[in-house]
Design a protein. Structure first.
Lengths: 266, 637
């Protein structure tokens, strides 16, 4: 089949970017979108041009590395699917596809289709965990967790941290990502002890990173490759309100967002 | 060179306790004065970094991905074993130990495996406390399932995403230590050389993948947790970025590489569909719990599976191995799939596939139960193949999945370079010639949470180390050699892409050093790899420059190392004149076609030393002794 890929090309944040169209005349419908880019890149290299930079690793839809907009939809048109698992048979012969990177002020641009998502790591760093050190734990079955609770925790924990929710949100909000972690840990008995602190700190960090506010539009859950339900945002808001009340005497510290890549030597 | 694994004396069930008691400790107040480098942020690397940070060490953790959460442990599907015996079905630490030694075809070190089985129970406790959402019974207790190579249900799981959930648990523990200031994280930073000073590992040379800048990090010890080398084969279930560069460059600095030819072929992957294919997708082994594997009895039978009546189907695993049936270990299942396809009974367009059929299980349990157990896997299969596995049988074929070989380590997980420790898939220690399902996650976490925190402390407390600085000639020499390698790759500007070379190397490896091997093919493969490597250094085309994000350059360095490692794998496979586990030499098989071990001559770990460019590697043997599990012909009949 034939596809035309119109791709955002930009060498680095300091240069001007532009869309470049690449006709692909022999696409095998079994190929994934990323394999289609592989084939394009091989040709570009053979012609002496620079290949398209894009993020990818596992190519099984679980590592969360890959992702870009296809015709304005994060991860493309197929629900519950990352671009690495999106086969080209889901497009029609002759389709024109516009590929552009996640656009968000909290995801600084790197190159072509690659952006910097360290802001998501910092949200986890600010409290997306249960504070338990290695060895200091009871027997696994000493903490019973009902099946329904375990299943709901798992639904939220399935988040792969790809950033599609942010890219899809008209407000550039990271509420689905943040809410998924708060919900996963907050509904488990193990995670209840520090639920207040966790929600207050994580929401505080989300704001410090410059992500927008959630206005319950729902684009995020629509594009989420793991179909994280919108209810995690309700859980986040609930835990944040409770936490903000009970922790009101505590100073909230956030982590300074870092955008450069020149790591200081330790 | 003589290898001393340092296995503690005394009964095996007390060995680890005794070893820990004999270890020297680092005073809590002194821990922060020690800097430790951890390379890799998968299950082993993240759990090690977190645990060492909790103890108070100053930890520097490196990963090439944009976030530590992306490490390929995340893709493990099926589960993690633990000898909890929650199911009251006869499990015990000893039985897990026994199964693992036997499953490894008697090529693993007994004391290490026993310790792994002991630690397995602590891992589950740790992960539950971290909030890993394991599958639960309605009453709230942990659920288990069975898995290949075992007759008890000891596998804990979180849907089909167990690796993801365990890694997120370790990643979150790691982030907690980053927040606490105990760990400094260096994402998008690749280790390109090991710095060895006065015979001790003292640091690494890195490349920042965004700025292209080379950096030097010095430390009191270096811990490699960089995973396996399955991507030598180009097509594998590994992530595209998984590579052997860290362990290979450490090897070239003096660390012995053990059993490189022990690779695991996973029996249940989606078959290859075209030349453009970039990787193979695994379908969890847990599917074999309910799926039945079959091919038509007739050769070249092109009928649809639904048109082939029951009596014309060959459920070959159930027929040949009635005791284990579809749950035979991976090496046995893979070899049998290849055998029926070689006979011309394979299915699908390429004839390289067998059916994995759920119709009987769906009839017995209902579609809902099957969806509950494997829903995400079925969805993934359908997305990729456009076939509905609830209605038609899946087609599967074996693919490279895991490498049991790796850097040689002693009981302390220390390599032959003092101060260089190796964890998880990157080392060779626990799985022998074949790894059982749901054991990789167990080993990564056992090494990271429960072994390295003790053994690295013992090293720091006992090994004398001088002061080092960036100005040291060894540091400068390492940086220069890395820079020269990069400059060379960028200067060739030949006619072929890195991927085209990698694909060709992978094909040689798969054909001649894959599921079955023989001396003649291996010898030829060695010659072809050398010729291809020579062409690579004359004719590869690496576009762009070294001072920004250049994914072709990243790949080029990794593929250069795969050439050298691939050759060593063939040399090792050629040297081992026996069949064991995943290493099947056609010359050595029983009359029924099963692997024929030669315990008299080959009951050892083959540890190879690097002797210089173009020079033959030097073999040192670590004899294996079996005081508890008596080596026997593995039988799953």
């Amino acid at each position: 089949m034939k596809l035309t890929l119109t791709i955002w090309r930009q060498k680095n944040p300091g240069t001007q970017g532009k869309f470049v169209s690449y006709p692909m005349n022999d696409v095998n419908p079994e190929m994934s979108m990323l394999e289609c880019l592989d084939v394009l890149n091989e040709r570009l290299i053979e012609k002496g041009e620079e290949p398209v930079a894009f993020e990818h690793d596992c190519r099984e839809g679980i590592c969360g590395s890959c992702g870009f907009m296809i015709n304005g939809i994060a991860h493309g048109p197929l629900p519950g699917t990352t671009v690495c698992q999106l086969t080209t048979r889901h497009f029609k012969d002759g389709d024109e596809l516009t590929l552009e990177p996640w656009r968000s002020a909290s995801f600084p641009f790197i190159k072509d289709l690659a952006v910097d998502r360290r802001s998501l790591d910092r949200i986890i760093e600010s409290g997306g965990y249960i504070s338990v050190s290695t060895g200091n734990v009871p027997d696994g079955n000493a903490i019973p967790v009902g099946k329904e609770i375990a299943d709901r925790a798992m639904d939220a924990a399935a988040c792969i941290g790809c950033g599609a929710c942010v890219a899809a949100c008209p407000n550039g909000s990271a509420a689905l990502f943040t809410g998924a972690k708060i919900a996963h840990l907050g509904i488990l008995p193990q995670g209840k002890e520090e639920a207040d602190r966790r929600a207050v700190r994580m929401v505080g960090q989300m704001n410090a990173e410059g992500f927008g506010s959630c206005t319950n539009i729902g684009e995020c859950t629509g594009v989420c490759p793991k179909e994280i339900p919108l209810e995690v945002i309700a859980k986040m808001n609930h835990d944040y309100l409770c936490g903000a009340w009970r922790e009101r005497h505590q100073a909230i510290t956030t982590i300074a967002p870092v955008t450069d890549w020149d790591f200081a030597k330790k | 060179m003589k290898l001393d694994a340092g296995i503690p004396s005394g009964p095996i069930d007390q060995a680890w306790d005794n070893a820990r008691f004999d270890m020297k400790l680092v005073n809590p107040a002194n821990k922060r004065r020690h800097t430790l480098i951890v390379v890799g942020s998968g299950l082993a690397g993240a759990s090690a970094s977190a645990s060492l940070g909790e103890l108070g060490y100053n930890v520097l953790c490196f990963c090439f991905q944009d976030s530590p959460r992306r490490a390929h442990s995340i893709a493990a599907q099926g589960g993690i074993n633990a000898a909890k015996n929650y199911q009251n079905d006869g499990d015990s630490i000893y039985r897990l130990f026994y199964d693992t030694v036997k499953g490894g075809d008697f090529r693993a070190r007994e004391a290490n495996v026993y310790r792994l089985a002991q630690n397995s129970v602590h891992i589950i406790d740790q992960c539950v406390a971290q909030g890993v959402p394991f599958a639960r019974e309605y009453g709230g207790s942990l659920e288990n399932r069975s898995f290949g190579g075992a007759q008890v249900s000891r596998t804990f799981y979180a849907r089909g995403q167990t690796g993801q959930q365990l890694l997120l648990g370790a990643y979150q523990a790691l982030e907690r230590q980053i927040d606490a200031g105990q760990v400094t994280m260096f994402p998008r930073t690749e280790m390109l050389d090991l710095i060895v000073i006065d015979g001790q590992a003292r640091g690494i040379v890195t490349r920042n993948l965004i700025t292209g800048k080379l950096g030097v990090q010095l430390a009191d010890a270096v811990i490699l947790a960089t995973g396996g080398y399955g991507n030598v084969y180009y097509l594998s279930t590994n992530a595209k970025g998984s590579n052997a560069t860290a362990i290979w460059r450490a090897h070239k600095r003096g660390a012995l590489f053990a059993n490189p030819c022990f690779t695991q072929i996973h029996p249940t992957c989606i078959p290859v569909s075209g030349d453009y294919q970039s990787k193979l997708t695994l379908m969890s082994e847990s599917l074999r719990n309910d799926g039945r594997i079959w091919v038509p009895k007739k050769k070249g039978d092109k009928r649809k599976p639904s048109e082939i009546p029951e009596e014309e189907r060959d459920y070959y695993l159930e027929r040949k191995y009635p005791a284990f049936g579809n749950l035979v270990p991976r090496d046995v299942a893979s070899r049998n799939a290849k055998a029926v396809c070689d006979e011309g009974r394979g299915v699908g367009e390429s004839g390289l596939g067998v059916y994995l059929d759920f119709s009987e299980a769906i009839q017995r349990l209902g579609e809902e139960t099957i969806r509950e157990r494997y829903g995400n896997l079925f969805d993934m299969y359908q997305r990729i193949t456009d076939e509905n596995p609830y209605k038609v049988p899946m087609r599967i074929y074996p693919a490279i999945h895991y490498t049991m070989g790796g850097l040689w380590v002693d009981y302390q997980l220390q390599s032959t370079i003092p101060g260089l420790f190796v964890l998880g898939e990157a080392n060779f220690s626990d799985h022998g010639a074949n790894r059982l399902g749901a054991s990789a996650l167990m080993q990564g976490l056992s090494d990271g949470y429960f072994i390295i925190p003790y053994t690295v402390g013992n090293y720091l407390a006992t090994a004398k180390r001088g002061k080092v600085s960036d100005a040291h000639p060894e540091v400068q020499a390492a940086v220069t050699s890395v820079q020269q390698g990069i400059d060379k790759l960028l200067s060739i500007r030949g006619k072929r892409t890195v991927d085209s070379f990698h694909r060709e190397l992978g094909k040689i490896m798969w054909d001649d050093c894959g599921m079955s091997r023989n001396a003649k093919d291996l010898q030829e493969a060695i010659g072809r790899i050398r010729a291809l490597r020579e062409e690579y250094w004359q004719n590869v085309n690496v576009p762009g420059s070294g001072d920004d994000l250049n994914q072709s350059l990243e790949k080029a360095g990794r593929v250069a190392d795969f050439f050298e490692l691939g050759e060593l794998m063939c040399i090792d496979a050629l040297e081992r004149n026996e069949s064991c586990g995943g290493h099947f030499r056609e010359e050595y098989q029983t009359p029924e076609g099963e692997a024929q071990r030669d315990d008299e001559h080959y009951s050892y770990a083959a540890a190879w030393g690097y002797t210089g460019p173009g020079k033959p590697p030097e073999l040192t043997k670590e004899p294996l002794e079996f005081a508890y599990v008596h080596p026997s012909q593995r039988s799953y009949k």
